[in-house]
Ligand binder design. Structure first.
Ligand code: SF4
Length: 290
């Protein structure tokens, strides 16, 4: 629950505000970019929503905020319920963004994939009733793909409730030591004809990406879309090995996909050839100077 007494001065006057407990995870700016901006190391409401669509987005941001730093002076129960019911937020082709980001993963995004052979969760949102019931209605969760050790959050609770198999790489297994499937080595694994696991060490030793239908690439913290610069980005700090990170980005050039769905950082969809050009440009920017 946000606290009006901690309301940041950087907020404009009006109903929505961010308080000083914000951890600057970027979730609200991805969901409601017309209302929220980064100001001085925190998010702030720099433009109050004035129409129905932007108000809905601001309520979605309020609910997705991992630490409850977004508040309203006057809560609108109906709009709050509408925003609650909008999660998981469908993106395309049965792939949804879960919302309800967890503080345990520093507010990382997580995703839900509906598939006739069993649904997948990619990383984990907070374990909350609304999501559990929605996943139940959609047929449960068969597999939980953990991109790396930082974004495990409440995966154990979802696995226990749904009898799902968690997958994590051996090098990051400390974050989920009792995971049901430990991935080893650096080779890609074709799990089913439509799902492929691609180890992408760099940010952590056990980082992995998941390629679905040669169209959606779930990247954890290996790769994201930088909407300010309009280019792909990759971690500059908190990197296990920089050279290995660049090699792992280079490896992805051999795959075809249109979507990048990141744990931290924005998601995007580009034509596959443009995505490949973006990857090549990122590799060139990140090659060490000779
Ligand atoms: S979602 Fe919450 S914690 Fe994250 S940047 Fe926005 S206000 Fe801050």
């Amino acid at each position: 629950m946000a606290d009006q007494t901690k309301r940041l001065d950087s907020n404009v006057v009006g109903n929505f505000y961010v308080d000083a407990t914000c951890i600057n995870c970027d979730t609200c700016r991805q969901l409601a970019p017309t209302s929220f901006e980064e100001v001085g190391g925190f998010s702030a409401v720099t433009q109050q929503p004035t129409d129905e669509g932007h108000t809905h987005q601001a309520y979605q941001a309020l609910l997705a905020c991992p630490v409850g730093s977004i508040g309203t002076e006057h809560s609108d129960k109906l709009r709050m319920q509408g925003a609650m019911a909008s999660f998981p937020l469908h993106l395309e082709g049965g792939v949804s963004y879960c919302g309800f980001n967890s503080e345990k993963s520093f507010g990382a995004n997580s995703f839900f994939i509906e598939h006739p052979d069993g649904n997948w969760l990619v990383d984990s949102p907070r374990y909350i009733k609304q999501l559990v019931e929605t996943f139940e209605r959609k047929g449960g969760i068969a597999r939980i793909f953990l991109t790396h050790k930082d974004d495990v959050a409440d995966a154990e609770k979802y696995a226990a409730h749904f009898g799902a198999k968690r997958m994590i790489h051996q090098a990051d297994v400390d974050a989920a030591p009792d995971a049901e499937w430990i991935i080893e080595g650096g080779d890609s694994i074709q799990v089913t004809p439509q799902f492929q696991i691609i180890p992408v060490p760099g940010h952590t030793a056990g980082s992995m990406a998941l390629l679905y239908k040669n169209r959606f690439l779930f990247t954890g913290d290996h790769l994201w879309w930088d909407s300010a610069q309009k280019m792909l980005g990759a971690p500059q700090r908190l990197v296990w090995r920089k050279r290995v990170l660049v090699e792992s980005i280079q490896k992805l050039i051999d795959y075809r996909f249109e979507w990048v769905l990141a744990g931290h950082g924005d998601r995007t969809r580009l034509p596959a050839d443009e995505m490949r050009a973006q990857l090549q440009a990122l590799v060139e920017r990140r090659q060490p100077a000779t």
